[in-house]
Write a protein that binds this ligand. Structure first.
Ligand SMILES: [Zn+2]
Length: 241
């Protein structure tokens, strides 16, 4: 089992770890600050250094129940001590995009009654899917941008709270946050990691986020398209904070 350092602290950029698994092109560590692809958020990249050499981490993925760091070059042997460095520019951009997506989703839920169906968080441009949303014209885009930017400019603190499953669901339901997606979380997951953005939004999410909405910058909504079954995909970029 790999301890995921980002679950308690999204700002860990470097860490020391021990290799507990090794194979052709991959390394498994006892702990890691690398975010493994999942929950719509792209994987981190970076590097791992041993006593004699440094190898590139191209991607981190959950494979066969393991968190595998897919690496370029010869993997490290089990028992080796390594130092990991996360490509911070890339990760931090994902944190800004991911936090922005939560605010956007909540804004659309409150103002247009739509539900979030999925997301894809990555540097440069991210996207999220909403239903039911038949049209999304220029006037609506500008209105949503202004609304989301007004919320983010309130410098809302972003907090992580771990709660037992039942408590988390009732916490979110009582406050009328979106909860339908929680049915998809396997019953084996007994504790939820609840993300709170001021008292504006709360959601169960294992992704990475900034500590305050002041770090995000401004949302710029780009194209949107109908992807079927009343689902609309919205693309967005961020301006510098
Ligand atoms: Zn999230």
């Amino acid at each position: 089992m790999t301890e995921l350092l980002h679950m308690s602290d999204n700002y860990v950029r470097e860490f020391d770890a021990t290799v507990i698994g090794s194979g052709d092109g991959y390394v498994v560590l006892d702990k890691t600050a690398f975010y493994p692809e999942g929950g719509g958020q792209t994987s981190d990249r970076g590097e791992l250094s041993g006593s004699e050499r440094t190898i590139t981490v191209k991607e981190v993925r959950k494979i066969e129940g393991e968190i595998r760091h897919l690496v370029d070059g010869q993997s490290f042997e089990i028992g080796a001590s390594v130092h990991g460095i996360v490509d911070w520019a890339r990760r931090y951009e994902c944190m800004r995009f991911h936090t922005c997506q939560h605010v956007l989703s909540r804004y659309l839920q409150l103002n247009y009654g739509v539900e979030t169906k999925g997301n894809n968080i990555k540097p440069g441009e991210s996207r999220a899917d909403y239903t039911p949303l038949e049209s999304f014209d220029e006037e609506m885009k500008r209105k949503v941008e202004a609304g989301v930017n007004a919320i983010m400019s309130q410098n809302l603190p972003v907090e992580i709270r771990n709660m037992p499953r039942v408590e988390a669901i009732s916490f979110l339901e009582e406050r009328e946050y979106q909860t339908r997606y929680l049915e998809m979380v396997p019953k084996s997951v007994k504790e939820f990691r609840v993300l709170l953005i001021g008292d504006y939004d709360a959601a169960s999410c294992a992704g990475t986020h900034v500590a305050n909405t002041s770090e995000i910058g401004g949302i710029m909504i780009g194209k949107s398209k109908n992807v079927g079954a009343g689902v609309r995909r919205i693309y967005f970029k961020l301006s510098a904070p």
